[in-house]
Design a protein around this ligand. Sequence first.
Ligand code: NI
Length: 184
Amino acid sequence: MIYPIVMYGNSVLRKRAAEIEKGTDLIKLVEDMFETMHAAHGIGLAAPQIGKSIRLFVVDGTTLEDEPKLKDFKKVFVNPTMINEEGEPWGFEEGCLSIPNIREKIERPERLRIKYFDENWNALDEKFDGMKARIIQHEYDHIEGKLFIDYLSPLKKRTLKGKLADISKGDVETEYRILAPLKK
Ligand code: NI
């Protein structure tokens, strides 16, 4: 099942998402999240982006041809806890399925360590760097109620105000189904 993707302006994107009760069957939801993400050509999708305020996100970088390091990078993160982030911050132009057609250069630390469960409730504790770390940082922010545009300067944010208002109203072109909070 493909969910519509929640647009910027919806309060679900601003909540700290809730822990999922251990043992909950997540198989169908995870499948639907991958399906939704793939339909929108995304490489990461967090549960709040389909209107569910729970600590779950999926990533899949295996389709990025110019990123050979991501060829096995298809994962599910359940109840993740960021243990640390370190290393020289580096910039990359990020985008977000909930903020279509806006891309901005964002600086993030190079490496991280994260504890999480997979969809079968196996406990994991892993380190990631480079683009893998960046995708995880972006998605982890989603379950903390944070968006990539929060890192922009006030000036830059002001220049995007009109576009963001349009997105909230659903006045934006996407190739996927959206749920805009202020759509009339
Ligand atoms: Ni995003």
